[in-house]
Structures are given as C-alpha cells and as structure tokens.
Design a protein around this ligand. Structure first.
Ligand SMILES: [Zn+2]
Length: 116
C-alpha cells in the first residue's frame, strides 16, 4: 500500500496534506507513525533530507554550520574501513558532544570563514 493509500484508508489524507502545506513537522511525524511509516520521512517530504542525530529534526541549507560526522573503528587499518555517517545541527553536537578537555569549535566549520 502506498503512503497515500495508507493515509486515505486511515482518513488522514486531508489533514496530512494540510500539515504538509503548513510545514507542520510534528503533525506529519504523528500521522506517519499512525500509518506505520517511518516518521523520519517527514524530513524528506519537507525537502530536508538530513536529520539531526541528536534532536531528530531536519537539517536544511539554512543551518550553515551543520555537521557531517564520519565514525569508524580507531584500530581498523583497512583502506575502506566501515564507517557510519551521522548529521547534526552544530548547536546540538556542541551541547551533546562536550569533551572532558576540549569542545567542538564553531569557527572551524563556518562557511563564512572559508570564504575569507
Ligand atoms: Zn539538532
């Protein structure tokens, strides 16, 4: 069953279209969950293909200091070592990845700095 068919069967199609038009992410996620569909799809439907690892909200181009984090095993020497990629708003990562002695530096990732 397609998403539209699921929404129609659940009587949610008009409300879903309305939520999409008003970009109501919370309502979209609730309705997607109600029809057994991944609520993360709301981000793609809103044109925000990246989801913040920490807060779960979409990351758009307006978040100019958003982060791409590649994780891999420290000791794996293989050239193509398996990696996991996560995305995050800078502020979310800064708050949740606070180090014991260091912190993530916003100016390192600022696009404005790169232009100068
Ligand atoms: Zn976030």
């Amino acid at each position: 069953m397609t998403l539209n068919e699921r929404l129609f069967a659940a009587g949610l199609l008009p409300a879903f279209d309305e939520a999409l038009a008003s970009r109501d992410r919370v309502a979209l996620a609730e309705m997607l969950t109600a029809v057994d569909t991944n609520p993360g799809l709301a981000n793609a439907l809103l044109g925000e293909g990246y989801e913040c690892w920490f807060c779960g909200s979409g990351i758009s181009r307006e978040h100019t200091d958003a982060l791409h984090l590649g994780l891999s095993n420290l000791w794996n020497d293989a050239i193509a070592a398996p990696t996991q990629t996560i995305y995050a708003h800078f502020d979310c990562a800064h708050k949740r990845m606070r180090g014991a002695k260091m912190e993530i530096e916003r100016e390192t990732f600022s696009l404005d700095e790169a232009d100068t």
